[in-house]
Design a protein around this ligand. Structure first.
Ligand SMILES: [Zn+2]
Length: 448
């Protein structure tokens, strides 16, 4: 039966890796991917167990040859952030001379060791290759991309993206995270930029900063990249700039690149040649059926420096069941709806998250960013909002933001039952800055 080749460049790229050789089909079927995954999982498990002290211990008694099905894979032990923090060097499968880049992540607000991740030049090459093919949906040869991600250091995310873009004759201009919004906006004109890649709240800042108008249609596409992208921000950027807004999900552990939307803008296609991905119940650790939300867990299939087996990301998403309009057989991750640990109990049995507040607050006209604290006080909690508008305090905006916060079901219900109070929001004169690594959090404080 003849099948039309799917319309995403990722599909062709992954087909090349899965099929190998010339004359192979330019698309992959689910059966091809399943067979490929099982073969690579066997190799990856043996490789990690034979070479890294951590997995020699952790996977003792497990053999790649014993993996006959994905149910067998689901019996392998998980790897957690704690494991990496406790002993990062014990994950190494190569000598330290072969490590090209070390990323050290300090989790703010927690004590103890920081998390370190190691990549060989070959591992970084896989990410560059993904950036090259993933970005070919957004830009064409001869265009220019303003990169609003850290990119000063060799092999940083912005640098890898720039190198990936160069492979299709697209120029990446590394600006770095936005600290001065006027400078970022003027760089669009100065470098004749066609596409922006940045952190959601920072691109929103550019869109809502009235200083310099970028006319609708001037920007061809935007890619928002981080561990979690609010839909309200996607909608606002698309509305004001009149361009498609793509979303990318990736973390340092995934080697920065991981899953990106195709032109259908309907869920993130995973780099399935390099990863085997599961969605598990965050409490029981059991596999979730497709379509159901759970924690994203991945196993690296091609990483050599510091492979990870069944790594628990802490991020919540689901596999989408319905086929993507682009026709690919690649799995799609739905919207990432924040972190499991970011679910904060309020009132009697309600759960509040930053993503819930984001979707309610970011549609408020003029709001650029905010931070939030939940103050635990005897029998009543207080939800304190600090708004950033880049302008003088605006009472109307504070009222609108207050009303918007009250539309979040957990907030409304906790207020109604008398266990939560939401005072009138106040204003902050500085934009809460993030480089994308420091995740936005609902800060919980207890009064003395
Ligand atoms: Zn698609």
């Amino acid at each position: 039966m003849e099948r039309k080749a799917p319309g995403t460049p990722l599909d062709r790229w992954i087909a090349g890796k899965v099929h190998g050789g010339r004359g192979a089909p330019s698309f992959v079927s689910r059966e091809d991917l399943d067979r490929y995954h099982l073969e690579r999982l066997r190799e990856a498990v043996d490789y990690a167990r034979d070479r890294s002290p951590y997995y020699a211990r952790r996977l003792n008694g497990f053999s790649g040859g014993g993996l006959d099905s994905f149910a067998d894979v689901a019996a392998l032990p998980f790897t957690t952030e704690r494991d990496i923090k406790d002993s990062p060097l014990s994950f190494l499968c190569v000598s330290q001379d072969e490590i090209a880049r070390v990323v050290t992540l300090n989790t703010s607000g927690t004590t103890g060791p920081s998390k370190r991740l190691f990549f060989t030049a070959g591992d970084l090459e896989l990410t560059i290759d993904f950036f090259h093919h993933g970005m070919s949906t957004l830009v064409s040869p001869g265009q220019r991309v303003l990169i609003l991600l850290p990119g000063e250091k060799r092999d940083s995310v912005g640098d890898l993206l720039k190198r990936g873009l160069a492979r299709m004759n697209v120029e990446g201009v590394v600006h770095g995270p936005v600290r001065d919004v006027d400078r970022a906006l003027s760089d669009i004109v100065k470098f004749d930029i066609d596409c922006l890649v940045g952190i959601p709240t920072q691109v929103l800042w550019m869109v809502r900063h009235g200083g310099r108008g970028i006319p609708a249609g001037r920007i061809g596409s935007v890619l928002l990249s981080t561990d979690y992208v609010p839909k309200a921000i996607v909608d606002e950027i698309g509305r004001v700039w009149g361009c498609p807004v793509f979303s990318h999900y990736g973390t340092t552990e995934t080697g920065l690149g991981f899953a990106v939307e195709c032109a259908a803008l309907s869920g993130h296609h995973i780099r399935e040649a390099d990863f085997y991905v599961e969605i598990v119940d965050p409490v029981t650790g059991l596999s979730c059926p497709d379509g159901q939300e759970g924690e994203i867990v991945f196993t690296t299939l091609t990483r050599k420096g510091m492979p990870l087996v069944r790594y628990r990301t802490g991020d919540i998403s689901r596999f989408m069941i319905e086929p993507c309009p682009c026709g690919t057989a690649l799995k799609r991750l739905g919207r990432v709806s924040g972190r499991f640990e970011g679910r904060v109990p309020v009132g009697r049995n309600h759960v509040l998250t930053i993503p819930d507040l984001d979707e309610a607050l970011f549609p408020v006209p003029g709001l650029i960013n905010y931070s939030v604290e939940l103050v635990r006080d005897d029998d009543k909690d207080r939800l304190v909002l600090h708004l950033y508008t880049g302008k003088a305090d605006d009472g109307d905006l504070a009222n609108t933001a207050h009303k918007a916060a009250m539309t979040v079901p957990a907030v409304r219900e906790a207020v109604m039952e008398g266990s939560l109070e939401v005072p009138q929001p106040n204003f902050t004169s500085t934009n809460p800055f993030t480089t994308g690594v420091g995740k936005r959090r609902l800060v919980v404080r207890t009064t003395a």
